[in-house]
Design a protein around this ligand. Structure first.
Ligand code: 5GP
Ligand code: MN
Length: 339
């Protein structure tokens, strides 16, 4: 973001505005943490602010400060459309292309509000009036901290804002272990702890609230794990039937793909999750080192993300999707073995 952009945004926020804040579809800890933190901050600055999520999110995020006030577009699109139409400013957080909001895309495209993107994904689309994009950042939450700091307001970050920001940084960095974690990230995190974020309690809320069924589903996922040693690749699949058998709920498969990536000598991992309702297979990709799953997901599975974490989807059935994946791998054998 240029200095001129920052000046213009400061000017814009001088007087109370009607603001809508939007995370991506299937929002994760970073998407929700960043939108909630920004809302809490803007409300301290006397703006009228609503978060509209495209759809629901997992229970392990339903304790975040102010979370209960989030509107969900797919269950309340009429009032959401009105809010979007009447907004002066729309912030879009933690995504880089409008199609990442699903059915909300039309309403957002048609809106004449000033749009401000804050995001850390690669190759951002050019839809926003002001784009604050930095793919070197660990998380959108780290960027919202910098955004508040650039506006000269880090001194008003309170316990609730700090808790939301800490949560997103923690979840997007795999609890501070991914290469995206920098010494700056940790300085931000230290500052957030000083503002009252309780790191131990936040970790507990996110990771130690498993249901018995989720752990049984993890057992099933691990027993479905397959390895392709010549491509240093491992993958997991879960059919709709298997999901149903363990009473699958949104978010239950979060983090499963990391078990595939944790195998010795494996640098590329995928999980294929059948979704009969949408008639797609949702895929998560993870890698270690320079192998870009963002490029891989963009090239073959209509997706994208970051170098080491990306997602995509397939209209084929589960087995055909896996067969397609396996048939593509030989073309990447050199890249995967050079890592
Ligand atoms: P996850 O695998 O945890 O769902 O997502 C990993 C990363 O890839 C996240 O940063 C997420 O925003 C991004 N991502 C997931 N699914 C998609 C997709 O279908 N399209 C794009 N462009 N990005 C995705
Ligand atoms: Mn993120």
């Amino acid at each position: 973001m240029t200095n001129d952009d920052l000046k213009a945004i400061k000017q814009l926020l001088q007087s109370p505005k009607k603001i809508v804040i939007v995370p991506h579809k299937n929002p994760d800890g970073d998407a929700l943490g960043s939108t909630l933190a920004l809302q809490l901050y803007l409300e301290l600055k006397m703006h009228r602010c609503t978060i509209i999520a495209p759809n629901d999110y997992p229970d392990f995020l339903k304790w975040l400060p102010n979370e209960s006030e989030i509107l969900k577009y797919d269950s309340d699109f009429k009032s959401c459309d009105t809010l979007i139409k009447e907004a002066d400013i729309i912030f879009t957080l933690d995504f880089n292309a409008l199609n990442r909001v699903g059915d909300m895309e039309t309403a957002l495209s048609n809106s004449s509000a000033i749009k401000i993107m804050i995001d850390h994904h690669q190759q951002p689309d050019d839809y926003a009036t002001y784009t604050y994009s930095d793919s070197k950042m660990s998380s959108t939450c780290e960027m919202v901290y910098h955004f508040i700091d650039m506006l000269g307001d880090k001194n008003i970050i309170d316990t609730h804002i700090a808790t939301c920001l800490y949560t997103g940084i923690m979840t997007d960095t795999g609890s501070f272990r991914f290469p995206s974690t920098t010494s700056d990230t940790l300085r931000v995190v230290a500052f957030l702890m000083d503002c009252g974020a309780d790191h131990s309690e936040i970790h507990n809320q996110i990771f130690d609230t498993n249901s018995y069924e989720r752990l049984q589903l993890l057992g099933k996922a691990l027993s479905n794990l397959k390895v392709i040693p010549e491509s240093k690749t491992a993958y997991i699949s879960l059919s709709q039937e298997e999901l149903n058998a363990f009473n699958f709920k949104k978010g239950d498969t979060e983090g499963f793909v990391n078990y595939a990536l944790s195998l010795k000598d494996i640098i590329f991992a995928a999980i294929f999750i059948e979704d009969k309702q949408q008639d797609i297979v949702k895929i998560s990709f993870r890698s270690k080192g320079d192998f870009s799953v963002n490029e891989f997901a963009r090239a073959h599975f209509n997706g994208g993300g970051h170098t080491n974490a990306a997602g995509g989807k397939s209209d084929f059935n589960l087995q055909d999707t896996i067969d397609k994946f396996i048939s593509i791998l030989p073309a990447y054998k050199n890249a995967l073995n050079n890592e």
